[in-house]
Design a protein around this ligand. Structure first.
Ligand code: ZN
Length: 73
């Protein structure tokens, strides 16, 4: 259960929470692609999460691609 504990730690600390983003569709967590190179907890975020870039609707790359495939049907 160590992973779960780490996950909550990131969310509950405003210094790391600030740079975390969640995809509106798949609910996957990641860290902002424009997060600075140095801030409290960055090494933890990088270790546990993927860099994530959300579009204006709050969708991650994966969901954006999946949506593209559906549209082309
Ligand atoms: Zn997603």
């Amino acid at each position: 259960m160590k992973e779960q504990h780490d996950f909550e730690w990131h969310l509950s600390d405003p210094r790391t929470r600030k740079w975390m983003v969640q995809c509106a569709a798949c609910k996957q967590w990641g860290y902002r692609h424009d997060a600075p190179q140095k801030f409290f907890g960055r090494s933890h975020l990088v270790k546990h999460f993927e860099e994530m870039k959300l579009d204006e609707r709050g969708l991650c790359d994966q969901c954006r691609k999946a949506e593209g495939f559906r549209r082309s049907d």
